[in-house]
Design a protein around this ligand. Sequence first.
Ligand code: HEC
Ligand code: HEC
Ligand code: HEC
Length: 429
Amino acid sequence: MRTGAFFFALLIAALAAASASAFAQGDATDAELVKRGEYLAKAGDCAGCHTAPQAGAPFAGGLGMGSPFGTIMTSNITPDKQFGIGDYSYDDFAKALREGVARGGKHLYPAMPYPSFSKITDDDMHALYAYFIHGVRPVHKEAPPTKLPFPFNQRWALALWDLAFSPEGRYKPSPEHAVEWNRGAYLMQSLGHCGACHTPRGPAFEERGYDQSSKHYLTGGVNDHWFAPNLTADPGSGLGRVQQREIVSFLRGGHGGGLVSFGSMVQVVEDSTQYMSDDDLNAIAIYLKSLPAQKPSGAYTPHSRAASLTATAMHTGEIARPGSGIFMSYCAKCHQADGSGVANKYPKLAGNPAVLAPDTTSLIRLLVEGGSSPETKNGPERKKMPAFAEKLTTAEIAQVLTFIRTTWGNDARPVATREVQTLRADIHK
Ligand code: HEC
Ligand code: HEC
Ligand code: HEC
């Protein structure tokens, strides 16, 4: 009898414990879903575009994005019922992200990377939705509207654009490749929308390819006056000479293999890639290193005769090539006379793929405006590159860029004064 009561008590206790843990698990799953959504929102850099500069409230919109049609303002995507997406059902949300059609039927401009987001899996989409509805603070404030001139203000026409250019369907894993490769491909092609900057665009602003089946995919593109370089295995201006672990370190802390992220990549590292897990960054690097070289351009031959002659001449001060004096006076103290840079502070210029790029937009813009390296939770501290708009003439900027593109074994085409002039006029600097 006593043992019977004991077992009965034990049974009750066990049932109570089981039901308590079932409740706890219910909560944990929701909290976990929101947490996973938060991670995915970082991977998709939703905050980077949906937050106004100068301390705008997170996700409340109001960042103006330059596009060939004019400035497009990002929307408030906090769960505010009036000004945000508080009234969005899951289906509304998925449709906006994948098809570029907001609740109520408004067609979105492809400045919102829905052509890439169309590949997001259903699981990830549910997690993102849970985060935006339950994990983000509503902001009761209207984002400034987009005002484009005719005919670009005719949003209905975007439906035709979508028919012609926007890919459809979720990411389809490739059975020929390992799990990591597929994870990297998925992250880059969907949430990461890396191709939005790194893939060249066609005449209608469409990306010329959304995966490795296109020879244009990730071969470099200009967006908002920054050139995002070739990420295929091209040994000159691509990632051919950059190791997998260096790519991981570059994405995690903005520094890797002597390269330092600059221009629009600084925000990508600060807002997005620094938060990705080591496994995910590794997967991205594995995928990147698998891409065959496309559109080769520029070359680096550090041990050539010409390279060693220059090195000797620079040490003995005999060198009289145009641009060399400017380099020694204005650049060498950080980037070093031999172009080797300083680890975790200043990028190397010798053999730096971005320096060898066929498109010089980023190089010219960086020299004119200056810049600063990303500040991340685990990476090296922020360092500044000064602006040279006041210190150097347009011709001198062309000369020093030509110098760094043709010295230490670097071999890329010279930069013309006219190119510098044109870009300065475009960016009003
Ligand atoms: C590269 C910039 C960029 C990124 C990254 C981005 N968006 Fe957007 N998004 C935009 C722009 C621009 C618009 C407004 C487009 C328009 O008005 O046609 C927009 C619109 C939206 C809308 C429609 C809201 C409405 O009712 O007007 C939703 C929802 C949205 N984005 C969600 C997201 C989420 C979630 C993410 C991250 C997974 C994200 N966006 C990432 C640029 C971006
Ligand atoms: C907003 C535009 C933009 C987006 C989105 C973007 N990048 Fe970049 N990226 C750039 C620019 C501009 C550069 C050149 C400056 C530099 O080297 O940091 C660059 C450089 C790089 C480099 C160094 C290449 C080199 O030769 O120096 C790597 C690697 C890279 N990006 C990977 C990625 C990955 C992976 C993603 C997606 C998760 C991504 N980028 C998304 C603009 C972008
Ligand atoms: C005070 C130190 C300093 C001086 C002087 C300086 N730079 Fe830089 N440079 C940097 C830093 C820091 C970066 C990274 C900038 C960023 O991330 O926005 C950089 C980046 C670059 C890059 C992009 C390469 C990459 O991988 O990030 C080029 C090209 C460059 N500098 C050329 C020059 C030239 C040419 C001069 C002289 C006219 C010069 N720099 C003078 C500190 C300096």
